[in-house]
Design a protein around this ligand. Structure first.
Ligand SMILES: [Zn+2]
Length: 424
């Protein structure tokens, strides 16, 4: 679980402020009528967010995860069982009442209890494990209004959540796989500097955490062991553990040298006990699985805010909503422009045509302002020779290409992430 620590902004960071750039890019807005801290995703922001989801879904499916979907609310008793009600209930959204007396639901503050119930919905044997359930699960927390900040601290956010249920013998291997997946995701998104923090209980406040002393000692030992075996440099932070288990937290450094807490991995012996989860062992005996909670981004809102600030809005080509804009210098070249548009669309390039009756310089300026990575300029010379002039945002003119070479070079850049970075 992310602590979503707020980050202070100096004046020089202002131009990178994701709230300002996000508005310019038409990614998201807030409305007082809807409520503070509740982002509204606009069509362009939704494409970007979906692209991130698709990327992570693909990585996770390759790594043996199965996607699930759970409701946005759950019975209060569910969260009493999990311990979330005791821990968070009073400081969050009030329960939702129904016409039935004494029936109360809560807006989902975490996905874990729902995933425990998915696990419990059928019998598992040791041969079936590990089970890895992943969900882009939207959760709700009543953050104080003074603490809300753009997308980095909101009241409704979507976690790239997953819960792994495994045997004790599988635990270290599973933790290593999760760590590798987190590092892979960071590198692919262009975050090359990161630090790792081990978050343990506050020894003076043992009563703030659920579960037995033995379970906690086991979980803390497991986390320390995997960090040691993977030769990961990590600092130890007492008092920042989740209330059900210790954590490994990942902090990335952005282009301004600021540290942001993103992904987290937690080892949990307690929720499997509270939910009475088990699997059948080799001799048909009932055994308790161990649970790993993990979220590489923390939340989609948070990673998008950080990516915008890290890149000053010049987001990776493979993720942006509009990759290419075609700019004919006059109406005479619209037919040729449409031919290129159709061809590029057939290669799944996200391209659109700007055929407004404006001067070409104005169209280029507008495209630069929107930070559209590629501009294709078409005039007499280009049409006659079946060529295209290419401009790169922030670079300028990069050359005149044949249609096939132009498309190929753009496709190469789109596919670059999968070519240069190996999965696990
Ligand atoms: Zn969880």
């Amino acid at each position: 679980m992310n602590k979503n620590k707020s980050v202070s902004f100096s004046k020089k960071d202002f131009n990178r402020d994701h709230r300002k750039i996000g508005k310019k890019l038409k990614f998201f807005v807030f409305s007082d009528r809807v409520g503070t801290g509740l982002p509204l995703w606009l069509p362009r922001g939704t494409i970007f967010r979906k692209n991130l989801e698709n990327f992570l879904t693909e990585v996770q499916e390759k790594s043996g995860y199965e996607m699930v979907i759970t409701p946005h609310i759950g019975h209060k008793k569910l969260y009493v069982r999990s311990g979330h009600w005791d821990k968070y209930g009073k400081n969050h959204f009030n329960p939702i009442y129904t016409p039935r007396k004494e029936e109360e639901f809560l807006l989902k503050p975490m996905n874990c209890p729902h995933h425990c119930e998915i696990y419990r919905s059928q019998e598992w044997s040791y041969r079936d494990l590990p089970k890895r359930f992943a969900e882009f699960g939207t959760v709700y927390r009543y953050e104080q209004s003074g603490e809300l900040h753009g997308l980095t601290r909101v009241r409704c956010f979507t976690q790239d959540d997953a819960h792994i249920f495994c045997t004790y013998d599988q635990l270290l291997e599973e933790l290593k796989k999760v760590i590798n997946l987190v590092f892979y995701v960071f590198r692919t998104l262009g975050f090359l500097t990161y630090t790792v923090r081990i978050s343990l209980r506050d020894p003076k406040k043992i009563d703030d955490y659920i579960g037995s002393k033995t379970n906690w000692e086991k979980a803390e030992r497991d986390i320390l062991k995997v960090v040691q075996e993977e030769k990961i440099e990590a600092s130890i932070n007492y008092g920042d553990a989740a209330f059900y288990g210790p954590k490994l937290d990942f902090l990335i450094q952005d282009s301004l040298g600021r540290n942001w807490q993103l992904g987290t991995i937690q080892v949990d012996y307690n929720l499997p006990e509270r939910f009475n989860l088990y699997y059948k062992g080799k001799n048909n005996e009932k055994c308790r699985p161990v649970m790993i909670h993990r979220a590489p981004f923390g939340s989609l809102e948070r990673i998008i805010a950080i990516m915008i600030e890290h890149t000053e809005g010049n987001l990776p080509l493979w993720l942006v909503p509009n990759q290419v804009v075609i700019l004919p210098i006059s109406d005479k070249y619209v037919v040729y422009a449409k031919k290129i548009l159709n061809l590029m669309s057939s290669y799944n390039i996200r391209v659109f045509l700007d055929n407004r009756n404006e001067k070409i310089n104005k169209k280029i300026r507008d495209s630069e302002e929107k930070k559209i990575p590629y501009m294709i300029i078409l005039g007499n010379k280009e049409e006659k020779n079946e060529m295209m002039s290419l401009r790169r945002h922030g670079v300028g003119h990069i050359g005149i290409f044949s249609i096939s070479n132009g498309i190929e070079s753009i496709l190469n850049e789109i596919n670059l992430k999968t070519k240069t970075i190996k999965l696990l």
